[in-house]
Design a protein around this ligand. Structure first.
Ligand SMILES: *Cc1c(COP(=O)(O)O)cnc(C)c1O
Length: 396
């Protein structure tokens, strides 16, 4: 097929040319005296993205799932009670991992399309006067449903109940793209991965931890080896790794962090909000609805769009790919076939989003969804025209 593939899945995301070129280099000596000149600033700069001043960050050669496992096995002990909630495939998978690793999981199931039930967390924490709950979990951005949860709200209920539990956050599809404040929100373990907001290939798992988590790790009795904090700390402090690090990904990370700081994190958050508003305007223009049930859950990094009954979501995704060379996200697990997703995070702009919306609109029309041609794209254009800063003007 001629032309580019248009990648609008919520990870892996589009890699900027500058980042891609930085990764195209010969292999280098990861034990050389110069290597720490690359790695030590990476550790401090990744911490800036998490807004973590006092703790430390671990960079694992893994996908985000590895960083989940690192958080659980280094900081907690087998049998520890943990409070979790499930409202989509990613929050489900973290619950599943915690169960398989031998934790005593208290899982609150809520409707898919909603997020972390802060009020219920408050009730569970208030009732736990013996402080048996050792950690509370938040999937900040549920990528399967396009729902963002209130991490600060969970911190507030921990504080209000004076509960000492640690706070674990999955920020794989949020950190770097939407507001996240590890220190201010008292997050003890924050997980991310390279292939979403960090605009890199998959292969780096980030785990940013507080001093409180490092302290808790000292008494953890869980088995671990590859993900051991101790092994990492021994070598990371001088800029090295306990095993071969993916040097090209680290070079790419240098470039992506430079781009993040050049644009400015607040500007990145605003851009994601603007682009997401364009997608949401298009969804309304089509007369369709989001999986997220209320505006307070709307995600600025991914939209999950419900399809009318009788339309097969898998066929819609396949048609977009085969006919329009466009990758849209599929419905996962219980949403399979019922929705499609547009990932709008990482390296992208208005025109790219309009491309995604055009492809989605063509595909919806071809699939027999009764929408007015142009209705979604026009709504997004109007949205962008009223919100995009005009470069070269004072407003920019
Ligand atoms: C992508 C994603 C993951 C899984 O990360 P991998 O890098 O695929 O292991 C976990 N949680 C959320 C919210 C995600 O979006």
């Amino acid at each position: 097929m001629s032309g580019n593939n248009h990648l609008f899945i919520p990870g892996p995301t589009n890699i900027p040319e500058r980042v891609r070129r930085e990764m195209n280099l010969p292999m280098e000596d990861m034990r050389s005296s110069q290597f720490p000149e690359l790695t030590l600033p990476l550790f401090s700069d990744v911490k800036k993205v998490f807004k973590n001043k006092d703790g430390r960050v671990f960079i694992y050669p893994s996908s985000g799932t590895g960083a989940w496992e690192a958080a659980l096995t280094n900081v907690l002990s087998p049998g520890d009670r943990v409070l979790m909630s499930r409202f989509g495939q990613f929050s489900h998978l973290w619950v599943d991992m915690a169960e398989r690793l031998g934790f005593d999981v208290v899982c609150i199931d809520v409707d898919w399309g909603t997020g972390v039930p802060v009020d219920l967390y408050a009730e569970y924490l208030a009732a736990d006067s013996a402080h048996e709950i050792k950690a509370v979990f938040v999937t900040h951005n549920e990528t399967a449903t396009g729902v963002t949860s209130d991490v600060a709200g969970v911190r507030a209920v921990l504080d209000a109940t004076k509960h000492p539990a640690l706070l674990f956050v999955d920020g794989v599809s949020s950190i770097g793209s939407i507001d996240f404040r590890q220190d201010e929100w008292g997050v003890d373990c924050a997980v991310s991965g390279s292939q979403k907001g960090f605009m890199l290939p998959a292969g780096l798992g980030f785990l940013s931890v507080s001093q409180k988590a490092l302290e808790a790790a000292k008494s953890s009795r869980h088995m671990r080896c590859y993900f051991s904090f101790d092994d990492m700390i021994k070598t990371n402090d001088s800029g090295f790794f306990p095993y071969t690090p993916p040097t090209q990904l680290l070079r790419g990370l240098r470039a992506s962090l430079d781009m993040i700081f050049e644009e400015g994190r607040e500007n990145i958050f605003k851009r994601h909000h603007r682009l997401a508003n364009g997608v949401r305007a298009a969804v309304s223009g089509w007369g369709l609805t989001l999986c997220a049930t209320e505006p307070k859950w709307h995600s600025d990094t991914v939209s999950a769009i419900r399809l009318p009954d009788g339309i097969d979501g898998a066929a819609v995704i396949r048609h977009a790919y085969n006919t329009y060379n466009t990758s849209l996200g599929a419905g996962l697990s219980r949403l399979a076939g019922k929705i499609f997703r547009i990932g709008h995070l990482g390296s992208l702009n208005e025109v790219m989003v309009l491309g995604a919306l055009s492809a989605a609109e063509l595909t919806l029309l071809d699939s027999g969804v009764s929408i007015e041609p142009g209705s979604g794209v026009a709504a997004a254009i109007n949205q962008f025209r009223s919100s995009t800063p005009i470069m070269g003007s004072e407003a920019a």
